[in-house]
Design a protein around this ligand. Structure first.
Ligand code: TRP
Length: 438
C-alpha cells in the first residue's frame, strides 16, 4: 500500500517531527502566561491531566486514521470512507492548517525581525513602542513574513526525509539546549525568585470553569490537534511503530518545553520589575525591555541571550509551520499527482498571498486566528474522534492501536481508550467548542 511513499526513518524521527509541530509559539508565550493567571502549579496539574486524558487520545485518533490510510487528510477520507460526506472533513483539514499558517507566519516574521534587531543593534531601554512601530510599518512585516514562508517552503520542498525529518532532528535538541540556557540565565537574575513563586504557588482558589476551559483549549492548540497535521505526519509512520508510545512521547516533549519556557520567561520578567502581561506583547514588548534593562549592567550577556531567545522563537515557529505546509503539499502530490516542487510552489503562492494580507491587516489576522483557534480546530478534532469511534471498524482501530495485537501493553488499555473515544471525548470537545462560542 505504501509503495513509493516516503516514510520517517524511525519511531524517534516521527516523534521528533510531531513534537516539532507541537512545540511552537503556544509554548513560549501562551503557556507561561496562562500558568500565572490560572493558579501556578494548580494550573500545571490540571493542564497535565488535560494533556494525558484529552490531547493524547485525540492525537491517537489522528494517528490511527493517518497511518491506517497511508494518505493525507483528503486521501485518508477517500480510502477509509469512500463516497461519503466524510470527504468534507478531509477538505476542511486541508484548508484549516493553511489558514493557521497565514497568521502564524506573520508572528514567525516578527520573530525574524526581532532576531535581526538583536543581532544588529540590540534593544535599548528607550525603545518603547518598538513593537508597535515594527508592526505598523508597511514593508518590515511583509519582508519578514516572506522570509519566514520561503524558509518553510524550502524545508518542505526537500521532502519528508531529507527536509522535514532532518530539520526536526537538528532543531528539536537545539530548542531544548537554547531554552535551558535562557532559563539558567533567567533564574540567576536578582529578583527572579518572585517569578518562580508566581509559577509554582499552587493556588486552587483560582480554579474556575473558565480556567478549566482555557486549560483544555491550550492542550488542544499546543498539540496541533484537529487540523490534520498530526494525521499527515502519522501517515509517514511505519506499521511497526508503537503509536501509543509515540503519542505520549510527543505530549511529554511538548509539556516539558512549555514548562521550561515558563521558567525561562517569567522569572526574567519579574527580575526586571514588571508584571507579566498577556498575548504577543509578552515576548515582543516586555522581553525586549527586559533585555534592554539587563543590558545596562551586562551588555554582552544580555545581548547574547536576546539573540538566542529570538532564534529559539524562530526555530520553534518553523518546525510548526512546516507541519502545516506539508498538509496541503501531501494533498496536491497524492491526490492531484503534482510533483513535490510544483505542489510546494502552489501552496507557497496561496499562503504567501493570505499571509501578506494578515501581515498588513490586523483585522484579517484576528479573523484567521479566531476562526481557526476557536472553531475549526475543535470542530476538526470532534469529527476525527467521531470518525474513529463510530465510522471506522473496531477491528481496524484495534489493529492500529495494538500493532495488530503484538503490543500487549496497548492491548490492555484499548477498552478504556475505545470507550473514551466513543463517548467521553465527543462530549468534552463539544463543551470546549460551546465555551468558545459563548
Ligand atoms: N502547536 C503549535 C504551537 O504551540 C500551534 C499550532 C496550532 C499548530 N495548530 C497547529 C501547529 C497546527 C501546527 C499545526 O505553537
Amino acid at each position: 500500500m505504501a509503495s513509493g511513499r516516503e516514510q520517517f526513518g524511525s519511531n524517534m524521527a516521527a516523534v521528533m517531527a510531531m513534537a516539532g509541530s507541537a512545540i511552537g509559539l503556544g509554548n513560549i508565550w501562551r503557556f507561561p502566561y496562562m500558568v500565572g493567571q490560572g493558579g501556578g502549579a494548580a494550573f500545571v496539574l490540571v493542564y497535565l491531566l488535560c494533556v494525558v486524558f484529552l490531547s493524547v487520545p485525540i492525537l491517537l485518533c489522528e494517528t490511527i486514521i493517518g497511518r491506517r490510510a497511508q494518505a493525507g487528510t483528503i486521501g485518508a477520507m477517500e480510502k477509509l470512507a469512500p463516497g461519503t460526506g466524510w470527504k468534507w472533513l478531509g477538505i476542511l483539514t486541508v484548508i484549516s492548517p493553511l489558514i493557521i499558517l497565514s497568521f502564524y507566519s506573520v508572528v514567525g516574521g516578527w520573530s525574524i525581525g526581532f532576531f535581526f534587531q538583536s543581532l544588529s543593534r540590540g534593544f535599548c531601554v528607550g525603545d518603547t513602542g518598538n513593537f508597535a512601530a515594527f508592526t505598523s510599518s508597511l514593508w518590515m512585516p511583509l519582508v519578514c513574513n516572506t522570509l519566514f514562508i520561503f524558509a518553510t517552503a524550502g524545508v518542505v520542498a526537500a521532502g519528508v526525509k531529507s527536509g522535514i525529518e532532518r530539520f526536526n532532528r537538528i532543531s528539536l535538541p537545539l530548542l531544548f539546549i537554547f531554552i535551558v540556557t535562557i532559563m539558567v540565565y533567567s533564574l540567576s537574575l536578582e529578583g527572579s525568585s518572585e517569578g518562580v513563586r508566581y509559577l509554582l504557588k499552587p493556588d486552587f482558589s483560582r480554579m474556575s470553569p473558565r480556567v478549566l476551559a482555557d486549560a483544555m483549549g491550550q492542550a488542544f492548540f499546543s498539540l496541533s490537534l484537529g487540523v490534520g497535521t498530526i494525521l499527515t505526519y502519522s501517515s509517514y509512520m511505519k506499521k511497526e511503530d508503537n503509536i501509543v508510545r509515540s503519542g505520549m512521547g510527543t505530549a511529554m516533549f511538548d509539556l516539558a518545553f512549555a514548562v521550561l519556557a515558563g521558567f525561562a520567561v517569567i522569572p526574567a520578567v519579574f527580575a526586571a520589575g514588571i508584571e507579566p502581561g498577556a498575548g504577543p506583547g509578552l515576548i515582543f514588548e516586555t522581553l525586549p525591555f527586559v533585555f534592554a534593562s539587563m543590558g545596562e549592567q551586562l551588555p554582552f550577556i544580555s545581548r547574547l541571550i536576546s539573540i538566542i531567545f529570538f532564534l529559539t522563537v524562530v526555530i520553534a515557529a518553523l518546525t510548526s509551520s512546516i507541519s502545516m505546509f506539508e498538509v496541503g503539499v501531501a494533498y496536491l502530490v497524492e491526490e492531484r499527482h503534482l510533483s513535490r516542487r510544483r505542489a510546494v510552489l502552489y501552496i507557497l503562492l496561496g499562503t504567501w498571498a493570505l499571509g501578506s494580507l494578515c501581515a498588513v491587516s490586523p483585522a484579517v489576522f484576528d479573523f484567521c486566528d479566531i476562526l481557526t483557534s476557536n472553531y475549526l480546530m475543535t470542530f476538526g478534532g470532534l469529527l476525527f474522534v467521531l470518525f474513529v469511534g463510530w465510522k471506522m471498524k473496531r477491528s481496524d482501530v484495534w489493529g492500529e492501536f495494538t500493532g495488530e495485537g503484538g503490543q500487549r501493553g496497548n492491548a490492555r488499555i484499548f477498552g478504556f481508550f475505545y470507550f473514551f473515544v466513543r463517548y467521553a471525548a465527543p462530549v468534552v470537545i463539544l463543551l470546549i467548542f460551546l465555551s468558545n462560542l459563548l
